[in-house]
Design a protein around this ligand. Structure first.
Ligand code: SF4
Length: 307
């Protein structure tokens, strides 16, 4: 008999058009599962959505049949993954691959028009169209990821889900790719769901942030509130792990001890209690609800419920 692992629980995401919504947390927090759930791409033998709603432009994605869902995936929501080579085919040129994505969404388009659009898409992500007949291995990691972004944008999606899009890249090119994503958002009014374990990247990219721990949202706030007043002990620990330019803040550091427990066997009560230095007896038995602590700022911690 299979074990049921509740990877993601009671997630409530409201993504405003034209904005970037961030999901942050360690590996195993359920960030990717959340993204794959939105696209209904959880492998059916290993994952399923047991209840809930995924509303997109007024339609519940969980109620669509597979052909309707395919249309959503292809036309309205695109996804960019961490490793560009998981999306690119090594045996086809970049021209072939972008061209195919364009043809998929415009069945009657002429050959000349396809070529023109391939050039436009490459230019959009800052790659010279003269490179289009190259194969993926002839590009650097950052350029490959930009090609992937170009392919993801061929269908003019309304929502782009980016799952650790720069994690596999050299630090020096991460900023280039992030800046291109920001420019594209401004130019095209794109909405992003941006997933990362890296708080600096999340800070740079996002308007609103959900901090996830073992499949639960522990804190949800606009960026400014989250960074000015991190409230959940886990958020505080995550923030403490990024370099602070101001040495006077060092005193407030709350280092994060230990490994994230297995999602197959999460701790009882507050899932963070095995690593939390503020834990009280209630934390081991009762899961704290997400409660409002400020303007649009929610936290799941008994310390806040008692306050
Ligand atoms: Fe720590 Fe308890 Fe708050 Fe969980 S509920 S974060 S264990 S203080």
């Amino acid at each position: 008999d299979l074990e049921t692992v509740s990877a993601v629980n009671g997630i409530n995401l409201r993504i405003a058009k034209g904005k970037t919504y961030g999901l942050v947390g360690e590996t195993g927090a359920g960030k990717t599962t959340t993204a794959l759930s939105i696209l209904r791409l959880l492998p059916s033998n290993t994952g399923r959505i047991t209840n809930g709603k995924i509303m997109f432009n007024g339609r519940d994605l969980l109620r669509l049949d597979e052909p309707q869902m395919r249309a959503v995936r292809g036309n309205l929501i695109s996804m960019v993954f961490q490793d560009p080579m998981s999306s690119l085919n090594p045996v086809y040129t970049v021209d072939d691959q972008i061209g195919e994505a364009i043809r998929l969404h415009n069945a009657d388009i002429s050959k000349e028009e396809v070529e023109k659009r391939v050039d436009d898409m490459l230019q959009l992500v800052g790659i010279m169209p003269s490179r289009k007949n190259d194969y993926p291995h002839q590009f650097s990691g950052g350029m490959k990821q930009r090609v992937v972004i170009a392919i993801a944008l061929c269908c003019e999606p309304e929502l782009l889900i980016a799952d650790e899009p720069t994690t596999a890249l050299d630090v020096s090119v991460q900023a280039q790719v992030l800046n291109i994503m920001k420019d594209l958002q401004r130019q095209q009014g794109l909405t992003y769901l941006f997933i990362s374990h890296d708080l600096s990247t999340i800070h740079y990219m996002c308007d609103r942030i959900n901090v996830m721990y073992l499949g639960k949202v522990v804190e949800s706030a606009p960026k400014s509130a989250l960074f000015a007043k991190p409230t959940h002990p886990y958020t505080q620990a995550l923030l403490a792990s990024i370099p602070v330019p101001d040495p006077s803040k060092k005193k407030q550091r709350v280092p994060l001890a230990g490994e994230i427990p297995s999602p197959a066997n999460p701790p009882s009560g507050c899932r963070f209690h095995t690593r939390c230095k503020f834990r009280e007896p209630i934390c081991e038995t009762t899961a704290p609800p997400l409660i409002k602590v400020g303007e649009d700022h929610y936290v799941a911690c008994h310390l806040c419920s008692n306050a």
